[in-house]
Design a protein around this ligand. Structure first.
Ligand code: MLC
Ligand code: AMP
Length: 492
């Protein structure tokens, strides 16, 4: 597995954060210590789930690699997740242990202790006597990432070491990563975009991954201006923020940013649709035509515009190496005609193992061995063009996937809310923003609702539009009509 093959670049810088930097050798040693702390004399964690919460940096990677080295399944938690969300994840994954950075100890320790889980601070773990752990094989479960879907609570997506390697190898090959790359990492580390596409590819190739967290548009532009980065990857909302920050700068500073971008070899966008206006504006600023690609937690990256050759705005390109893609109609029949919209299905060594502990959901997610993505696309001169999702209950906002049903469940606990329907409405900056249509006992203001749901709603993204109505649009059977709710929320 890739994190065990660091010998060839042992002395190279693997990670940097501010003025600190760590070599591959240091990461490798740290992983051995974390494995020693987890194993505590045992020989193998045998795929026990180990949750970990650490900000982007050395400690995060030490925990991830240490869990793997001990034979465990690494489950990164979200830094902004409130205790209720962490509790849900710990219980759902049936965690055996938790590793926590000292800055997050108070949030996690009571939850781990209440469940009798092994609790380690990362500092403690790094002091332990190193252990080698079991032999790694590709078929071992390696990671659980939580993803929202059309059910009301998130599901744990399980990938093995072989899946992770396949997902990384496809990108390394297609985008020509080398040990001389230096990428600036600004994404959250509990989703695949940040874990696989940025961190994983960098560490697989002996490149340097420079962490900048939390995302700060001006700090990113300053680093671009330094001119020593080769790669950058982000969600469309981040490019919108960079454009806004760029436009506030004076001409000298703008010229420095543009020149620095010119020295980079590739800039990538994904996780949500890249508006053509953003692509064009960023091209004027940076000289780069953003490479847009398409992927999903369950399958890693699947489609990509070319590294060499023409990148078509509004398109997500063609299948990545070893990823098989097909499209089917609503009855599941294979589509031969490129122009007819069809659901994308994926197959290949990149496709995940299962939803943790949800055999029925796993079975339902596959169709004759192909994973059903729920994304609808046409093929236009060989390139895929996404048209949207086949479920109105999935919202993509700021690159995060949010379940409308999950937000509705939270809103229904508000004492004044009798009924509600949540939808995503188009938004220039966020791609979609979350909009709630409610029937309330008395007037309810957005500010009041956001204050009430501060913690709970933060993780699901607070509804940014609120409409109070006397009744929700329903059909003759009494079922809420989401498309009608959507048009209601979209009208000015
Ligand atoms: C935050 N705000 C929002 C919002 N999120 N408003 C509308 N919609 C949202 N979704 C508001 C806050 O309330 C706040 O308002 C203000 O914006 C700043 O909030 P913030 O939390 O500081 O935002 P920020 O940290 O700047 O986050 C923006 C972001 C972040 C774009 C950097 O969302 C992000 O990192 N997104 C990346 C997610 C990601 O990696 N997804 C990949 C999933 S994997 P106020 O009023 O308080 O100022 C995947 C597969 C694949 O999708 O293909 O890659
Ligand atoms: P997630 O479940 O968080 O991994 O998000 C995966 C979803 O993000 C996909 O199913 C798509 O709906 C969406 N997505 C990813 N990349 C793109 C893209 N380039 N354009 C549009 N949607 C995208």
């Amino acid at each position: 597995m890739f994190f065990q093959g660091v010998d060839s670049f042992a002395d190279r810088t693997a990670l940097s954060l501010g003025d600190s930097a760590w070599t591959y050798q240091q990461l490798d040693a740290a992983a051995g210590a974390v494995a020693g702390a987890l194993l505590d004399g045992a020989d193998d964690l045998r795929e026990a789930r180990v949750a970990f919460l650490a900000p982007p940096g050395f400690e995060y990677v030490a925990a991830q690699w240490g869990i793997w080295r001990a034979g465990g399944v690494a489950a990164p938690l979200g830094l902004m997740h409130p205790p209720a969300e962490i509790e849900y994840a710990l219980d759902d994954m049936q965690a055996a242990a938790v590793i926590v950075h000292p800055d997050y100890f108070d949030r996690v320790a009571p939850l781990a202790q209440a469940r009798g889980l092994q609790l380690l601070t990362i500092d403690q773990a790094l002091q332990a006597t190193p252990q080698t752990g079991p032999e790694m094989t590709g078929d071992r479960r390696a990671m659980i990432l939580y993803t929202s879907g059309t059910t009301s609570r998130p599901k744990g997506v399980v990938t093995t070491h072989a899946h992770i390697s396949a997902q990384i190898d496809a990108l390394v090959e297609a985008w020509e990563w080398t040990a001389d790359d230096r990428i600036l990492h600004v994404l959250p580390l509990h989703h695949i975009h940040g874990i696989i596409n940025v961190l994983g590819c960098a560490l697989r190739t002996g490149a340097c991954c420079e962490m900048l967290s939390p995302f700060d548009a001006d700090a990113v532009l300053d680093r671009f201006a330094d001119g020593d980065l080769t790669l950058f990857m982000a969600v469309p909302t981040i490019y919108s923020r960079l454009i806004a920050a760029f436009e506030k700068r004076d001409a000298v500073s703008q010229a420095a940013v543009s020149a620095g971008c010119g020295r980079m070899r590739l800039m990538v966008s994904g996780s949500a649709a890249l508006p053509v206006s953003v692509l064009e504006k960023w091209r004027e600023i940076s000289g780069h035509t953003l490479l847009e690609r398409y992927g999903m937690t369950e399958i890693g990256m699947a489609l990509s515009n070319p590294y060499h050759g023409t990148r078509r705005p509004g398109h997500v390109g063609r299948p990545l190496p070893r990823v098989e893609i097909r499209r089917v109609d609503e009855s599941g029949a294979l589509l031969a005609d490129d122009a007819t919209p069809g659901e994308i299905e994926a197959r290949g060594p990149n496709v995940f193992e299962e939803y943790w502990n949800r055999p029925e959901a796993t079975t339902a997610a596959f169709h004759d061995g192909w994973f059903r993505t729920g994304d609808v696309a046409v093929i236009d001169n060989g390139d895929y063009r996404l048209l949207g999702r086949n479920s109105v209950d999935i919202i993509k906002t700021g690159g995060y996937k949010v379940s409308a049903l999950e937000i509705e469940e939270v809103l229904r606990t508000h004492p004044q809310i009798r009924e509600c329907a949540v939808v995503g409405v188009p938004d220039e900056e966020w791609g979609e923003c979350v909009a709630a249509c409610i029937v309330a006992d008395g007037p309810l203001e957005l500010a009041e609702l956001r204050a009430w749901g501060k913690e709970l709603l933060a993780v699901y993204k607070v509804p940014l539009r609120l409409l109070c109505v006397d009744q929700l649009p329903r059909n003759a059977m009494g079922k809420v009509q989401k498309p009608a709710v959507k048009s209601l929320m979209e009208s000015p």
